[in-house]
Write a protein that binds this ligand. Sequence first.
Ligand SMILES: [Zn+2]
Ligand SMILES: [Zn+2]
Ligand SMILES: [Zn+2]
Length: 83
Amino acid sequence: MKCKACGALNDAGASFCKGCGIKLEASECYQCGAPADPDALFCSKCGSKLTSNDPVEGKTCQSCGFVNSAGTMYCQRCNQKIL
Ligand SMILES: [Zn+2]
Ligand SMILES: [Zn+2]
Ligand SMILES: [Zn+2]
């Protein structure tokens, strides 16, 4: 993996950069567990998207707090109009 600080190319699975010594953020695919480059967007093994912290796209109902999918006009739980 490539060090974000100095750009040195380290072995996959290396914990510290051989160029500057900082700790390398090990990341792995949460689907298949394959080691992944921190800069990679998709797993090279299974093709899963590697960002695990996708922002939840949705609209929160102001009446009941249920998170509806984006584009929903009426709450799927309480049927109130979502602003
Ligand atoms: Zn480095
Ligand atoms: Zn994977
Ligand atoms: Zn609701």
